[in-house]
Structure formats: C-alpha cells, structure tokens
Ligand binder design. Structure first.
Ligand code: DLL
Length: 436
C-alpha cells in the first residue's frame, strides 16, 4: 500500500486518487457494516463484505443517507466503534427535536486536522500568522474544527469564539491578528461596529478572512475584501461530513477544492437523482472516506452546486465545487445557525394559547439576520391582563431559544391579523435576498 505525504495527496493523478478512494471506501464500509442500520441497508443491495465493492462505481448501488436517518438512529444507532473509543462528538440541528450527532475517534480527529491544516495552507496561511477564530466553539464544528489544523500549521491561535464584538476588536488590535475565521454576516457586522468602537482600519493588521458556514454571493465576498482591504476565502463544510474543510478555496479563489481523498463527490439531478455532467448544477451527495466512528455513505447534503470543469491553476488535483447556489430543502441559515421551520412549528404548536396561524420572517437588521416569529393567539388571552401576554411571549422566546439555539423576536397578533393564503400556507418569509 502506498503511503502519501499530506503534500503528495493534493497532487495525485486521477488514477492514484481513485485507487486511494476505493481503498478508503472499503475501510469505511467495514465500519458501516458494524452498525445495524448500514448492515441492513448494505445487505439489501448485496454488500455484506467490503470486498463486495469491486469499483468506485459500485458506490452508486448504496442507498442515500439523509438527515432523517441520523435523527431516527439518535443517539447511538450509527456509532460504529465501542463508545470508549470515541473522543469527541459534534451535533447540528435536526429537522425537529433531536440534533444529528457525529462521533470522532482519536484517528478520525487527526485525519480531520490533516484536512483543516491543508485548507489553511492552500489559502496562504502559515506559522507567521495570528489566527483569530471567531466561529463558535461548542457542538457547532466551526470553532474546534479549524482550531487544530491552525495549531498544526504553527499559527498563533486566538480561540475567541463567536460574539462579543468589542472584545474581538481588542484582541485583533492587541495581538495583531492577520487571519480571522467568521461567517460573512459577522464580518459585515464587525465592519459596521468599527467606528462605534473607536477602531480604525489602520489599527488592524488583518490580511485574510476565511468565510463560510452560510451562503453568500461573490459580490458579498468582494464587499468584505474591499471594506477591510483583505483577501476573503470561501470555506464549505457540514457537520455530517466532519465540519469545515470539506471544500476550501486556494489562493486562486476560483472555486473550492473538495478534498477528494477524504470525500467521494456526486452531483445529482435534484429530481431524478441521476448523475450530472461537470458544470451542471445539482444536489451535492458526499461519502466520508476518513471517519471510522461515524461512517456516513452517500449523504444528501441538500446543497446545490456544480463541479467546476477543468483544472485549477494551483495544480491541486482535487476537483472544485462552485459556491452553493441554494438548498433543496427549507433549512434556513440565520447568522450561521441552521434552523428548520419544522423546529419552530413544533414549539409553537405546544403552546395552548396559540391560534391557527403563524409566520416565520427572517430579515436583516443592519448587517445581521433577525428571526421573527409572528403568532396569532386565541381571543381569550387577548382580553386578559397584558402581563399574561408578556409572560406568554417570554415563555415562547425561551422555548424557541432552547430548541433552535438563537433568540427570536416573538410578535403576538389578534386572530385573523396574519395574511392567509388561498393555496398552500406560506409560513416562511425570507426577506434577506441576495444570499446566493
Ligand atoms: O456550517 C460547518 C462549517 C463551519 C463550514 C465553518 C464552514 C465554516 P453545519 O452547521 O452542519 O456545518 O451546516 C452545514 O451550512 O449544508 C450548507 O447549507 C451551509 N454552508 C456551510 N458552508 C457554506 C458555504 C457548518 N461556504 C450547512 N457557503 C451546509 C454556503 C454553506 N453554505
């Protein structure tokens, strides 16, 4: 078996890359077969042993895995190793109730660190850089994900986590931060607060921003670059596939290299789920080739993108995906946090005072997103003491915050005040525009 250095792996020719993919896929199939869920699924298509997979093409026989599968097997149904081998978990929102959980063994984390190290290097970071990681540390993969790759690269890491803009500026100024990692919306928020907080661009030594976790357009990237006078690089990932560093832009900024030694890419027609040609936009389906504690095969990301035809001027051979142009489901990303309308509905429906109609509105307030939950309430409570209304609002805000991790604005309305559609109810009004 050939062992490649991390540098060699980025420049493998197609044949060597595919041979490596097949080898890694078989290893992951071994892990998958250790879970009752995949044992049944794979058995159903005649895969009872990793050697039943003769070529990469056989991957197409395997049924897709969805977020619902992860939710239905919560908490341990997809764990393929003994619990004592797990060293960390991360989680992201499920469509309702329970989150989807991913487990990592020691080696899984090392392999993921290899990808984040490589991504940081590809966009020109090195050990001279001071890296302020403004993504939230916690169950979300954004914070801890890039952290270890940055340390591996020898960067001076400031794990500042999300929020607290005044402190972010203080750290940036005092420690001469050169690279930040943040959502694009937080970058705009930072800029909007500079004057207010007495910070001038010349106080900062910023050179790069690594932006991701939420959709943004090329125009928005340019805006961030122009406002701060820096380079901004797009970074794509999802917790089911480890987190950040599934795909990352290199210094060429011409699409994101999807690290193919670690992930098998398929771009499928969103209706027929048949494979599309390079250049055509469809749903991205990914198979993780490097995680053994939580194997996930043919995961439907619901993200729409295309493979950029041709090769990159940087010489790396992993194919590139274009920025995400939309999703095939209704998941909202609000200041980088994933929210499903069904999670909100679940909370609202549990409130006995709720009337028949509700709406979810997302709009910009300054540079950040705000989530507004508008709810009609029964006539009884309206005629009661206004203190009851305040209490109800407070209860709703708390229950929603507990479920979706962000604090919404709750607006209560009299019955019949919210618009009613003749056909299918329009529950979600996203007024942000120009996201993609
Ligand atoms: O957002 C992981 C991440 C952290 C990526 C930090 C980049 C930087 P999840 O919370 O599981 O994981 O959300 C994954 O976010 O399916 C996309 O819909 C969206 N998303 C992530 N990166 C981008 C991006 C992290 N660069 C979901 N452009 C994905 C557009 C993105 N959408």
């Amino acid at each position: 078996m050939t062992v490649y250095t991390p540098e060699e792996i980025e420049y493998l020719d197609r044949q060597a890359l595919e041979a490596l993919q097949l080898l890694r896929l078989k290893r992951v199939i071994t892990q998958a077969l250790a879970t009752p869920f995949y044992k049944e699924r794979l058995g159903g298509v005649g895969i009872k042993h990793p050697e039943d997979l003769k070529s990469l093409d056989d991957l197409k026989k395997i049924p897709f895995t969805t977020k619902d599968d992860l939710r239905d097997t919560y908490p341990y149904g997809l764990l393929a190793v003994d619990k004592k081998e797990v060293v960390r978990m991360h989680a992201s929102s499920g469509t309702t109730g329970k989150p989807t959980v991913i487990y990592y063994g020691r080696d899984d984390l090392d392999r993921w660190t290899g990808l984040t190290y490589r991504s940081l290097k590809a966009c020109g970071c090195d050990s001279e850089d001071v890296f302020q990681n403004m993504m939230t540390y916690g169950l979300f993969t954004g914070g801890l994900g890039l952290h270890y790759g940055a340390e591996e690269l020898g960067m001076f890491v400031i794990p500042s986590s999300g929020g607290n803009t005044r402190r972010q500026f203080m750290l940036m100024k005092d420690f001469e931060t050169t690279v930040v990692h943040a959502t694009p919306s937080y970058m705009l928020h930072l800029y909007s607060q500079m004057e207010n907080m007495g910070i001038e661009l010349s106080d900062l030594k910023l050179e790069k921003a690594l932006i991701g976790a939420e959709p943004h357009s090329e125009d928005l990237r340019r805006k961030i670059e122009t406002l701060f006078g820096i380079d901004a690089y797009n970074s794509y990932g999802l917790s089911e596939m480890n987190g950040p560093s599934v795909a990352f832009e290199c210094v060429e900024k011409s699409g994101m290299h999807l690290w193919e030694d670690a992930y098998c890419i398929e771009i499928l027609d969103r209706d027929s789920m048949e494979p599309l040609e390079d250049g055509e936009i469809g749903e991205l389906v990914l198979t993780n080739l490097i995680r053994h504690a939580s194997p996930i095969l043919r995961y439907r990301t619901k993200d729409l993108t295309r493979i950029i035809p041709g090769s990159c001027a940087c010489g790396r051979t992993s194919r590139r995906i274009d920025r995400i142009t939309g999703r095939t489901d209704d998941m909202l990303i609000i200041n980088g946090v994933n929210v499903f309308p069904s999670q909100i509905e679940e909370v609202v429906m549990k409130v006995p005072e709720a009337g028949n109609n509700y709406r979810i509105v997302v709009r910009k307030k300054g540079t950040l997103d705000v989530l507004i939950v508008e709810l009609e309430i029964g006539p009884e409570i309206l005629s009661d003491d206004t203190r009851d209304l305040y209490a109800l609002k407070g209860r709703l805000v708390d229950a929603l915050k507990a479920s979706i991790s962000i604090k919404p604005v709750v607006e209560l309305h009299e019955p019949g005040q919210l618009p009613v559609q003749e056909g299918k109810a329009i529950r979600v009004v996203d007024e942000r525009g120009n996201l993609y």
